[in-house]
Design a protein around this ligand. Structure first.
Ligand code: ATP
Length: 207
């Protein structure tokens, strides 16, 4: 079973996230891509975001009708309020998806990440362990070049597990979407209708 783990704030989830997840699924023949909103981002521990439950519900709506895409609560807020570290998430995924010897042997785990997020990898918790814990699919994002990615110095052995997926070119960010929502924009092509309806019903982002 080939499983992609795609973590993020998803505040809110948008069509850029959808394009990334679908492209990774198709290019790497993934059986399942788990889109997992994070309870507390380690690099932005004090950032304010919509509540976790709303972000998870919106990710569920984003995935609706998409083959092989699923929302996951694996990065729900920790009971002790500590940040969600990807290295721990990967351990938990291996424990749940590969709980028997046979399933563990068959499990192939991929981390799906946008180019901008991959550039911050040296700041993540235990980056060397992370690179060894899974295969990596680094997806292109407007404004980030192949040369930029070279600035992440990878030991030769680890570089083999990092794959670049350059077919995605979607100029959408959650920051821009939040500004558009706050400004009261009516037609928001960056969001799926289900996610937009949820935002309006729950009065998120000033709606
Ligand atoms: P923000 O603008 O608030 O920083 P964001 O749009 O980058 O948000 P996140 O939820 O922080 O969204 O991103 C989760 C993951 O999705 C990250 O790995 C990020 O690089 C990736 N990602 C988000 N949008 C895109 C996009 N348009 N193209 C490629 N990757 C993306």
């Amino acid at each position: 079973m080939r499983v992609g783990y795609f973590g993020g704030t998803f505040d809110p989830p948008h069509r850029g996230h959808l394009a990334v997840a679908c492209a990774a699924r198709d290019a790497f023949s993934l059986d399942l891509v788990l889109l997992a909103p994070t309870g507390k981002q380690p690099l932005k521990p004090d950032a304010r975001s919509a509540p976790f439950a709303d972000r998870l519900a919106m990710v569920e709506l984003l995935c609706e009708g998409e083959v092989g895409l699923e929302a996951s609560a694996i990065d729900a807020p920790r009971p002790d309020g500590s940040p969600n570290y990807t290295i721990d998430t990967l351990d938990r995924l291996r424990a749940t998806l590969g709980s028997t010897e046979a399933s563990a042997a068959r499990l192939e785990l991929f981390v799906v990440v946008g180019a901008d997020a991959f550039l911050s990898l040296p700041l993540w918790h235990r980056p060397e362990g992370l690179l060894r814990a899974a295969e990596w699919i680094v997806v292109s994002r407007p404004g980030f070049s192949r040369e930029d990615l070279r600035s992440v110095a990878l030991p030769e052995d680890d570089a083999e597990r990092v794959h670049l997926l350059e077919s995605v070119d979607v100029p959408i960010s959650a920051t821009d979407v939040r500004s558009q929502l706050l400004a009261g924009e009516r037609r928001l092509e960056s969001l799926t209708p289900g996610v937009l309806a949820y935002i309006e019903a729950r009065h998120l982002y000033g709606r």
